[in-house]
Each structure stands twice: as structure tokens, then as C-alpha cells.
Design a protein around this ligand. Structure first.
Ligand SMILES: CC(C)[C@H](C(=O)O)[C@@H](O)C(=O)O
Ligand code: SF4
Length: 470
């Protein structure tokens, strides 16, 4: 019997395998940020160990950094300590760090692919759940805990039980104006936030093949939001074209050899998955969340559901609770929901393609006067690229704020937060209670929906905007 893509990559990395025990896996790339690394470095220090492969380890500052005044000392003492600790640890252990002010600073899941470090067939870990993003390149990439971070730092290996495999096949093409974000939000709402638990998921089918690398990263990024261990997509010409020429990508004969190998990283025709889900891309429409987990979503054209709409008593209770927290009434059209803030950014939707899409909609228009609009590039390079293309001017002229790179309002670990009771349309990936600030209310949306909402002040799609004269 043939192998799935995930099985191929897994098997190529097994250092030791004993029946009844987790496998010992070799790790090709270890990404690090300030939140989950301090205790891991403390552990190394205590044990008198070194970082085994500093050359396969890369650190960046993202969660705790401000997106204004980043050249000044960080005002918040907790954030400052986190960032300073990472700097000290990187220095002491010889780990490459891209700190604030560096050209390659940014959200860890934006920086890896951008540098060409994220490559097909790799095993990639980081003390961060959205490490699944890197699976878009045909890598096995997943988040690990701080004690595992220490283990990888010390040994460049990790003990892991082999997950089951699942295929999500998306047939047909996404309709015009419908994005990767709508697709993954639809999938999560259909399968529930536990639907992927225990699986490495391979996304495949025509709609996936038609996605850009940015779109594929958006899909894989949110694998964790339906509970999957990891999500991945077979590398193809789109993948190779994205990597070729990047700073850390193989060059010359090494490039040719790499591509030759990467082409073998596909699921064999006779391979079997433990589970399969099939989706029709043509059915997907702009999709937004109304509740407090990424599975509580509906099409933008729908209404806020009522707890009675759910069959399971547990879903009814969850809906009741979510509606109260979100301050929403069942039956309200989603399009009537007014937001205070629009956040365009994060490792889900903070790449150059996302900013281009937002700018194309915002161009020549003015943001709603009662709505604060934050546009936050995922990395310094994304920021500079956007500025080269004049996108920053489009945002600023429309009345949006153009910020520095970082996680920003994706989570309340830096100055960019919602006030209690404030409501956002956010291109990020989590809408948990308090995620964007205590008492903040989050609606997860795609980039086009965020941009249109910025203009109208209520949840909207570009189709709701009046035509601007050219
Ligand atoms: C802070 C970090 C550990 C966390 C994660 O693991 O995902 C964060 O990035 C998030 O998105 O919630
Ligand atoms: S942008 Fe958000 S989801 Fe991504 S790593 Fe930062 S906090 Fe986590």
C-alpha cells in the first residue's frame, strides 16, 4: 500500500521507533518567540546544556511588541521583560534573532516562509499553536509546549506519537470574491472545533491547488482551530515558485535536487487515509463568526442563530453563553452588526497578498468615521513591500492606521487591544472571550469582508459597497 504525504514526511524523520512508544523525530527547523521560550532556556542553563543546532533555530519578537514607537523602550514591564529575556537568551546560546528594528522581524509564521526557511518535506516546530501555517509548503509543522521547546533546543529531536491521517478534499473552484479564510471558517463550523482532533490533515482538491501560497497558509494556519495536530498541502509549482530565490532557499544544483525530491512529496494513489471529508468549493460564501469559538460561524448573508437552532444540548448552552458575551440577539442579520474596530493583520491574514486585497477595496474610499481601522503587516518586509507599492498611502488616506509588524490585536499581549464591550471585525484566527482584550468581542472575517466593513462600519462584503468612479 502507498503512503500519504504526511506518512512520507514523518517516516523520513524517524530517528527511533519502538512498538508502543512514541517515535523520536528529527526536527529540521525550530522557530522561537518571546512568550514560550524563557523557561526552556532556563532549563538548558540549569542542566548545563547548549543549543544543539543553533543553525536550525530561529527566533523573532512578535507577540509582545508594540506596533507604534517600536524604536522606543517597550513601555509595559511584562512585555519588556519577555522581549529582553529572549534577547539575552539568544545572545547567550548563539541563536539567530530578528529583534524589533531588524529587517526580518515579524510574526514567526510570516518570517519563516518569507526567508525561504520553510520548505517542503521538513519537520517544523515552534512553541506556538499556529505553527501549522508552515504545513502549506508540504511540511509537518505543529506547535509544541515549553518543555518540548527545551527538548528540541537540547537535542534537535522530539518524541511524538504518530497521528492519524485525514484528507479534506475541496472540489471545484471558490466563487469570485470568496477566499481561503471563508473556506476554512466554513469547514470549522461544519466539523466543530474538535473535528480534526488527533489527525494530521491533508487539504487537497482543485480549490486548494488553485490557492496562492498565502491562501494555503491561511487554511493551514487555522487547522489548529478545528483541533488538528497539523495541516498540510502537497507542494507543487506554486510552492516552488514561491520559495525560489528566497534568501535561505537552496540555490543552483542544490535547488534542482531539492525540487526533484519535493516532487515526490505527494500522497500515493493507493494510500489510505483514516478519515476523509469532501467539500464543494462552489458552496462557500463569505463567512463570519458570531460566537466565541471559530466554529460558531455563519455566512455573512445569514442571521445570528438562536440556541434552539442547534440539536446538541451542549451546543445550545454554548450558543446561549456566546450570544450573551457577544451582546447579540438571535435573528439579527449579520450585516446589521456594527463594529468599533477593524483589524487587518495576524499570521492568518497579514501577508502582502492580504494587504493588496484590502487596499484594492479601500482605495479611493473613506473608512467609517466611527470605526477604528488598524492595518498591521505581519513582518517588516511585508510592511516595506506594501510601502513600495503605495498601499500605506491608500490606507492612510482612507483614514486607517498603518502600523509596525507584530501579532498586534490578534491577542491582548501588547498595547493593541479592544476595550471592554468593544466589537471588532478581525482577520485573525481566534474569537475566544477576551482574546483581543478583556471584554472585547471578536468577529472573525476574511480580508475582503474586513476591508468592506472598515468602509461601512457594519459587517459587509465588497459587494455591499457602492461603486467608486475610477
Ligand atoms: C502565545 C502563544 C503561545 C499562542 C499560541 O500558541 O498560539 C499565541 O500565538 C496564540 O495565537 O494564541
Ligand atoms: S498573530 Fe496571533 S495567532 Fe499568530 S502567532 Fe501571533 S498571536 Fe498567535
Amino acid at each position: 500500500m502507498g503512503k500519504t504525504l504526511a506518512e512520507k514526511v514523518w517516516d523520513e524523520h524517524v530517528v527511533r521507533s519502538n512498538p508502543g512508544e512514541p517515535d523520536l523525530l528529527y526536527i529540521d527547523l525550530h522557530l522561537i518567540h518571546e512568550v514560550t521560550s524563557p523557561q526552556a532556556f532556563d532549563g538548558l542553563r540549569l542542566a548545563g546544556r547548549k543549543v544543539r543546532r543553533p543553525d536550525l533555530t530561529l527566533a523573532t519578537e512578535d507577540h509582545n511588541v508594540p506596533t507604534l514607537d517600536w524604536d522606543k523602550p517597550i513601555a509595559d514591564p511584562v512585555s519588556r521583560t519577555q522581549v529582553e529575556t529572549l534577547r539575552k537568551n539568544a545572545e547567550e546560546f548563539g541563536v539567530r534573532l530578528h529583534p524589533l528594528g531588524d529587517l526580518d522581524q515579524g510574526i514567526v509564521h510570516v518570517v519563516g516562509p518569507q526567508l525561504g526557511l520553510t520548505q517542503p518535506g521538513m519537520t517544523i516546530v515552534c512553541g506556538d499553536s499556529h505553527t501549522s501555517t508552515h504545513g502549506a509548503f508540504g511540511a509537518i509543522a505543529f506547535g509544541i509546549g515549553t518543555s518540548e521547546v527545551e527538548h528540541v533546543l537540547a537535542t534537535q529531536t522530539l518524541m511524538q506519537a504518530k497521528p492519524k491521517t485525514m484528507a479534506v478534499t475541496v472540489n471545484g473552484s471558490l466563487p469570485e470574491g470568496v477566499t481561503a479564510k471563508d473556506l476554512i471558517l466554513t469547514l470549522i463550523s461544519r466539523t466543530g472545533t474538535g473535528g480534526g482532533q488527533g489527525y494530521i490533515v491533508e487539504y487537497r482538491g482543485q480549490a486548494i491547488e488553485e490557492l496562492s501560497m498565502e491562501g494555503r497558509m491561511t487554511v493551514c494556519n487555522m487547522s489548529i482551530e478545528w483541533g488538528a495536530k497539523a495541516g498540510l498541502i502537497a507542494p507543487d509549482q506554486t510552492t516552488f515558485d514561491y520559495i525560489e530565490g528566497r534568501q535561505e532557499a537552496p540555490k543552483g544544483a542544490e535547488w534542482d535536487a531539492a525540487v526533484e525530491h519535493w516532487k515526490t512529496l505527494v500522497t500515493d494513489d493507493d494510500a489510505e487515509f483514516d478519515k476523509e471529508i469532501v467539500l464543494d468549493a462552489g458552496e462557500v460564501t463569505p463567512f463570519v463568526t458570531w460566537g466565541t469559538n471559530p466554529g460558531q460561524g455563519v455566512p455573512l448573508a445569514a442571521k445570528v442563530p438562536s440556541p434552539q437552532d442547534f440539536e446538541e444540548p451542549s451546543d445550545q448552552v454554548a450558543a446561549e453563553k456566546a450570544l450573551t458575551y457577544m451582546g447579540l440577539e438571535a435573528g439579527t442579520p449579520m450585516r446589521d452588526i456594527k463594529v468599533d474596530t477593524v483589524f487587518i493583520g495576524s499570521c492568518t491574514n497579514g501577508r502582502i497578498e492580504d494587504l493588496r486585497a484590502a487596499a484594492a477595496i479601500i482605495k479611493g474610499r473613506t473608512v467609517d468615521p466611527d470605526t477604528r481601522v488598524l492595518v498591521v503587516p505581519g513582518s517588516v518586509r511585508v510592511r516595506l513591500q506594501a510601502q513600495d507599492e503605495g498601499l500605506d498611502v491608500i490606507f492612510k488616506e482612507a483614514g486607517a492606521e498603518w502600523r509596525g509588524a507584530g501579532c498586534s490585536m490578534c491577542l491582548g499581549m501588547n498595547p493593541d487591544t479592544l476595550q471592554p464591550g468593544e466589537r471588532s471585525a478581525s482577520t485573525s484566527n481566534r474569537n475566544f472571550e477576551g482574546r483581543q482584550g478583556k471584554g472585547g468581542r471578536t468577529h472573525l472575517v476574511s480580508v475582503p469582508v474586513a476591508a468592506a466593513t472598515a468602509i461601512r462600519g457594519t459587517l459587509s462584503s465588497p459587494a455591499d459597497l457602492e461603486t467608486v468612479e475610477a
